[in-house]
Design a protein around this ligand. Structure first.
Ligand SMILES: [Zn+2]
Length: 242
């Protein structure tokens, strides 16, 4: 699943469509496509894993889900979910969820929960974590209301980097450690962005999809803990279960 940094790359890549007029909207999306025609894109934003294409009075939210893709001035053979045709260009989205919302993103989105937004607020994140002491840290990191943009790769890597076992209960993790984790969620996301842009993301993974702990040189464990049951890679020796 594309994580926050990948959506930032997408947002930057299509920034050139700002102020461009949509001549035709096509695809099998259930939204009212006619509504987009002859409308000018006012802004392109992102919140976590959501791409937001803003028009006067409404915006389109695109979520790439697990296998979503996009093409600029190119088409795939798979069925098109949403295609925006401009005078000289086209922008096409596949296998994604598309939603049309009235108003502007500022009305609905809490920018302070997006780890890659300038408005990100670590203190608020800590407050939210303290409110659910019984929750496992591996579930909390994927909670988009707390860490919008964090996905499974970032989760696995930052738990490894901070020596925290994915099955730790939030209430048992010392505050200083929790702060370290929250800060790492932000700094790792920006690091992820740099590596992804340079096509070297995978080679920097320490735990995600790995078989051996690079610190202990013993086998890593692979499991599906928590209520979200997402693939976790961790070391029982150097990651502390609080
Ligand atoms: Zn280890």
């Amino acid at each position: 699943m594309p994580e926050g940094p990948s959506i930032v790359i997408l947002r930057e890549e299509i920034a050139r469509f700002k102020r461009k007029k949509v001549i035709k909207a096509i695809g099998n999306s259930k939204i009212d496509l006619k509504r987009l025609e002859n409308k000018t894109i006012r802004d392109i934003k992102s919140w976590g894993k959501h791409l937001l294409i803003c028009f006067d009075g409404f915006f389109i939210r695109i979520h790439l889900l697990m296998f979503g893709t996009y093409r600029i001035n190119e088409r795939k053979t798979t069925s098109l979910r949403l295609g925006l045709i401009f005078k000289n260009d086209e922008l096409n989205f596949y296998t994604c969820a598309v939603l049309l919302t009235e108003g502007q993103p500022d009305d609905t989105y809490d920018w302070s929960a997006d780890v890659m937004n300038d408005a990100w607020d670590s203190k608020k994140a800590i407050k939210k974590l303290k409110k659910q002491p019984g929750e496992l840290v591996c579930d909390a990191l994927l909670d988009q209301d707390i860490f919008a943009g964090v996905g499974n790769i970032i989760k696995n890597e930052i738990l490894f980097i901070t020596h925290i076992h994915p099955e730790s209960k939030l209430g048992n993790i010392p505050l200083a450690k929790l702060k370290e984790l929250v800060d790492e969620a932000v700094s790792y996301s920006f690091q992820f962005l740099k590596w992804k842009k340079a096509f070297v993301l995978r080679k920097h993974w320490l735990a995600h999809t790995k078989k051996t702990c690079p610190r202990c040189n013993i086998p890593l464990h692979k499991a599906y803990p928590g209520t979200r049951k997402r693939r976790s890679f961790f070391c029982n020796n150097c990651q502390v279960k609080y």
